[in-house]
Design a protein around this ligand. Structure first.
Ligand SMILES: C[S@@+](CC[C@H](N)C(=O)[O-])C[C@H]1O[C@@H](n2cnc3c(N)ncnc32)[C@H](O)[C@@H]1O
Length: 421
């Protein structure tokens, strides 16, 4: 296995976290991932592009495995940074049996005697989000399996907490692919999404939420870790009827919602909310002065969203620190364009750009982008350093790549890609 790893100027905090601790190797033969039903081809395609040494092995709707190369070991906190992988882990194998008791017994045998900190049990999605009211989330089958696995562990004298993990914990994964077929795996939690069973954040829709976009915004904030603070000014383009704005208002931000459509009176009643009944492109740039965060959730093609946002954030009088953009994939073929979308956003001066298909996304993805704050020290460093054109990505030196001990992702474009987590 090649030991190189392309890194870039845009390497995330997460990448550093994953290499800061000496990682213990797993030596598993397969990696598994769960995803939205319908996203499997997009997931396979991005894995083939970024991890050519991994080979697609097996797939069911919402569940895909990849054969890892025979030589070399990956750290427990390895992350493929795949946009469409909602959760991932190293596969220890599958168990098949008629009863939950038999399945649980066999699962613990596969788990071996590693010292796990946490148990995550979830069921692969049974339909695309929104189809006949389906939404990814906890299921009765998963809850029952978790209980049986927990009882089995106790009987064997090894208690194991379930629920949300802490960063750094070793998680035993159990994916219910069929009622009588469980896939057992493990991962070490290194990002917020790694801490959620199945990569689905434990959040619920408040009774007064005006749309499910509340959950989408809340998940985007939790996943991205953007440092939103009470009192910050935020713009949401495509805000109607107002669920996402409610999530921002609940965090005590001031929100300017831009949308030609009507916003629910429960949202407009909030004194920290202003509705501008226009299209995003129709606002004068000076109206964005003092805006710290920009969210966009328009039901338009990604290129239109990016054109609208670019015209705002690249204007000299505007200084938006971070973005949360929903890019709609009207056609799954648009998934191939994602690296280009991320490159384009990076070229606006955002040093940290990541994408993920959230559990609360439909056929769309969320992109988070963050600029480093311009302190006196960074301004001084910027003056002293040679200016690097925003589209130029510096590949890792061989020495850096060897340090990281992660197999190579093929660097197809000049800029490569950003990670998903
Ligand atoms: C998926 S809905 C947004 C849901 C919303 N974020 C929420 O939290 O309830 C898409 C919205 O985009 C709006 N939209 C479409 N094109 C737009 C544009 N050019 N400028 C502003 N809003 C636009 C539509 O009117 C529609 O309300």
């Amino acid at each position: 296995m090649s030991r190189g790893r392309r890194t870039s100027r845009l390497t995330t905090e997460r990448g550093r976290a994953a290499t800061a601790r000496p990682a213990s190797a797993v030596g598993a033969a397969f990696l598994f991932a769960t995803c939205q039903v319908g996203a499997e081809p997009a997931l396979k395609s991005e894995m083939a592009r970024d991890w050519p040494e991994f080979h697609f092995a097996y797939s069911r709707p919402g569940f895909v495995t990849f054969k890892l190369p025979p030589a070399g070991e990956l750290p427990e906190d390895f992350d493929p940074h795949a946009v469409f992988a909602r959760a991932h882990g190293f596969s220890l194998g599958k168990v098949q049996a008629a009863s939950a008791q038999q399945l649980a017994h066999a699962a613990w045998q596969l788990a071996g005697d590693r010292a796990y900190d946490r148990l995550h049990v979830w069921q692969r999605d049974t339909a695309a989000p929104g189809y006949r009211g389906f939404h990814p989330g906890p299921t009765e089958l998963a809850a029952a399996a978790e209980q049986t696995l927990g009882q089995n562990a106790q009987a064997a004298g090894r208690g194991l907490a379930s629920g949300q993990a802490q960063i750094g914990e070793l998680v035993l994964d159990c994916v219910i692919v069929e009622p009588g077929e469980w896939w057992i795996g493990l991962h070490r939690a290194a990002s917020p999404a790694d801490c959620w069973p199945g990569g689905i954040p434990p959040i619920t829709l408040p009774a007064d939420a005006v749309s499910r976009a509340y959950l989408k915004m809340e998940e985007a904030i939790l996943w991205s870790g953007l440092p939103l603070s009470p009192g910050d000014r935020c713009v949401e383009i495509g805000c109607a009827p107002g669920g996402a704005s409610q999530a921002l208002l609940a965090r005590r931000l001031s929100v300017m919602g831009i949308d030609p459509a009507d916003v629910d009176p429960r949202v407009t009643a909030n004194r920290r909310f202003t509705h501008v009944k226009k299209r995003g492109a129709d606002l004068r740039r000076r109206e964005f002065r003092g805006v710290r965060w920009l969210a966009a959730d328009m039901n338009v093609a990604p290129a239109y969203t990016l054109d609208t946002v670019e015209a705002i954030v690249t204007h000299p009088t505007v200084n938006v620190r971070g973005l949360l953009l929903t890019l709609k994939l009207a056609d799954w073929k648009l998934a191939e364009e994602i690296p280009g979308y991320l490159e384009r956003i990076a070229s606006w001066g955002y040093g940290n750009v990541r994408a993920r298909q959230l559990a609360h996304n439909r056929r769309e993805i969320c992109v988070a982008a963050l600029k480093q704050p311009r302190t006196k020290a960074t301004r001084r460093r910027q003056r002293q350093s040679v200016t690097v054109p925003p589209r130029t990505i510096r590949p890792a030196t061989d020495a850096q790549a060897r340090e990281e001990k992660v197999p190579a992702r093929r660097n197809k474009t000049a800029g490569g890609r950003r990670g998903s987590r």
